[in-house]
Design a protein around this ligand. Structure first.
Ligand code: COA
Length: 370
């Protein structure tokens, strides 16, 4: 295999109308809409409708979709009966992998790959994911989950249910924008995993379980948690030195670099602004992040990706660090499910080839002669 195709770099693995990236210009589009026009304007609910149902909703469609999300939010008996035990034994992303798998048993459309069933499951999974994270966090903290506030969005209710107090209107808006920014991103590793699973005509929950397991890794969604750990582990006066030491030791700096973007990740532009706005009278992590960004660029020419400023933003919003990747999954659920719908609608098994690099012409020996 040529070195430049290792990791399938630049290989087109599917056709999609869900999202598009121009890596050279640093532009991202959801169904043709520029992320800079959606961020801060479209809500996460409108964005999920756009991704899953192919169009921005009008008022009536948004109302109907919102009602479907609220109706689909309730967790079924199998999930409810097991969340406490799982919370005691598994870390957040492991727990989500288990809980989404259990949720399929409670889903009335569990096995169907019919288009209408996929749309219903996409809405239910999008509505349930924030509640799964909140229920997990409450169970491990020995607390209950506050009732959802019908006047709040998915973003506002998540902050209410995880931080335990009603967010300010601005906090809810900022978190909503975070969800919009993370909603979809072409053929990223977890979406590809979901599509490979869906392309066997397996069901949507199975595809989402594959995606969650893939998002968990530190080279993908796990990077935002690692960014926060890095910020917490270095002294505010020693940022430049710590970055240089890590690079000299051959370590990667989490939250930097991207397979596709050759310039600034457009999502990072918004997240940097949000981090600055939220930093207020606690500017430590924002300032450290800015300095890290400068040093990494000077030393390696790398730009921050979506995970870099998301870390300080989530920190300022009061979200526990070990839930950062789970928060990513709340948003990306809207994109994953859109891709599963698209895959099922025009399917062909995804089965690439491999280059064999092992021994050849081996001679068989019975076990006692080996
Ligand atoms: N810190 C330091 N060096 C980095 C780096 C980082 N975050 N990201 C890439 N590089 C360097 C690699 O060491 C490599 O250098 P080399 O050619 O001298 O060996 C070169 O840049 C190419 O990196 P590679 O890992 O092969 O690129 P990729 O396209 O396979 O990987 C990422 C893309 C995102 C996985 C990679 O940039 C990375 O690991 N980033 C950190 C994890 C992260 O933030 N993930 C979230 C992505 S949204």
């Amino acid at each position: 295999m040529a070195d430049n195709t290792k990791g399938l770099a630049d290989v087109v693995a599917a056709s999609t109308a869900v999202s598009d990236i121009d890596g050279r210009a640093g532009r991202l589009f959801y169904r043709g809409y520029d992320i800079h026009d959606l961020a801060g304007h479209a809500t996460f609910e409108e964005t999920a409708h756009l991704l899953q149902r192919g169009k921005l909703p009008n008022r009536a469609e948004l109302q109907a979709f919102g009602d479907e999300l609220v109706a689909g939010r309730e967790l079924g008996p199998l999930v409810s009966a097991n969340v406490a035990e799982i919370a005691g034994k598994q870390k957040p992303m492991e727990a989500l992998r288990s809980l989404v798998s259990l949720a399929s048993a409670d889903d009335p459309d569990r096995d169907s790959v019919a288009p209408e069933a996929d749309l219903r499951k996409a809405a239910r999974l999008t509505a349930q994911q924030p509640l799964l994270v909140a229920r997990y966090h409450a169970a491990r903290s020995g607390k209950g989950v506050p009732e959802a506030d019908p006047s709040l969005s998915i973003a506002g209710n998540f902050l209410l249910q995880v931080a335990g107090h009603a967010p300010s209107a601005r906090e809810a808006e900022i978190f909503d924008e975070c969800l919009v920014l993370h909603a979809d991103h072409t053929m990223n590793a977890s979406t590809f995993a979901a599509r490979v699973c869906a392309a066997t005509l397996s069901d949507m929950h199975s595809a989402i379980v594959a995606a969650i397991g893939t998002l968990k890794g530190p080279l993908h969604g796990g990077a935002n948690e690692q960014v926060m750990k890095t910020l917490e582990s270095i002294s505010p006066d020693g940022v430049a030195q710590a970055v240089r030491d890590k690079l000299a030791a051959g370590e990667k700096i989490m939250g930097f670099g991207h397979r596709v973007y050759k310039t600034e990740d457009p999502r990072a532009t918004h997240l940097r602004r949000m981090s600055e706005e939220l930093s207020g009278d606690d500017p430590k992590y924002y300032r450290m992040s800015k300095e890290m960004e400068e040093v990494v660029f000077e030393t390696k020419g790398l730009y921050p990706n979506v995970d870099f400023y998301a870390a300080s933003v989530y920190h300022y919003l009061g979200i526990p660090t070990d839930l950062f990747t789970a928060v990513f999954s709340i948003s990306r659920m809207s994109g994953w499910t859109a891709h599963v719908i698209e895959q099922h609608a025009d399917n062909r098994l995804i089965r690439p080839d491999s280059e064999y690099i092992g021994e050849r012409d081996q001679k068989w020996k019975p076990i006692d002669e080996r």
